[in-house]
Design a protein. Structure first.
Length: 272
């Protein structure tokens, strides 16, 4: 059985001492034993090891600020020691890493070549096609929602878009505001106008980034054709439009055969 693990499962599975408040220790312990015994082949997505592996502040104040400044090459942020340890221990458990092919944004954690997942069920070309077909099926999720959010903030802050008007007039180009989405995010981070505080802004930004990662995790899972995606995430706080919400799962299951289960549900499937 091939199982993709969400980031919130990988943490307590790999480093239980770092997650004393894990909501289902018994299922996590059972899952760990099944992986060690080879009854489950477990995987994590490369998406879990990119921007999700650094703090919310760093995503804006370090990563995005460097992109906007135009000072290349960009120095990628270094994940915390906790995050580095989690993924190092996950690899030791035998968990393999699924590619999530993004342009200009890969893993912030270095993995041995032997830790990357093999293309068992599909060729590399088929796997890439499946990944991108899933992303295209969700046009208003992922990074697109962050771009829309940033574009709104460009308007809120009255940032000049004059230098881009000649491009945004072309039908194939996005609006000038959307091309400056990162500038909008930085403007709100530095001096909040839409939100009462930077903390409130970062909370909204964090939720949008989490949706982006959830989309990429599901896309990499679908790309490789794994059997189950195991997560603690029910998207209760994110609302019914969230990609992990129960309202969205049935559609993904029928159209893409993505079966999302909790650790407890997975254990019952393997050891009824």
């Amino acid at each position: 059985m091939e199982v993709t693990l969400d980031t919130n499962v990988v943490g307590p599975l790999a480093c239980p001492d770092l997650y004393p408040d894990c909501q289902d220790v018994a299922s996590i312990d059972a899952l760990r034993n099944l992986i060690i015994d080879g009854k489950i082949h477990a995987y994590l997505s490369e998406a879990s090891t990119s921007l999700e592996a650094i703090s919310n502040d760093e995503r804006v104040d370090s990563f995005l600020r460097q992109w906007v400044s135009g000072n290349y090459p960009i120095t990628l942020p270094v994940p915390s020691e906790k995050r580095q340890r989690v993924f190092a221990e996950a690899v030791k458990l035998g968990i393999k890493v699924l590619h999530a092919p993004r342009i200009a944004l890969g893993a912030l954690i270095t993995f041995p070549e032997t830790s990357w997942a093999a293309d068992k069920r599909f060729s590399e070309i088929e796997r890439l096609d499946r990944f991108h077909s899933y992303i295209r099926s969700q046009p208003h999720n992922g990074v697109e929602r962050i771009r829309e959010f940033g574009a709104e903030l460009v308007t809120v802050h009255g940032l000049s878009t004059d230098h881009l008007k000649h491009l945004s007039s072309l039908s194939s180009w996005p609006s000038a505001e959307k091309m400056m989405w990162m500038d909008g995010l930085l403007a709100e981070y530095d001096s909040p106008k839409k939100f009462p505080s930077c903390k409130k802004f970062l909370s909204e930004f964090r939720d949008l980034v989490a949706e982006w990662f959830d989309l990429d995790i599901q896309a990499s899972h679908y790309g490789y054709g794994n059997d189950f995606l195991c997560t603690f995430d029910a998207a209760r706080n994110a609302g019914a439009s969230a990609i992990m919400h129960a309202n969205r799962r049935s559609g993904n299951s029928s159209q893409f055969d993505i079966k999302i289960v909790s650790p407890k549900e997975l254990i019952s499937l393997v050891s009824p």
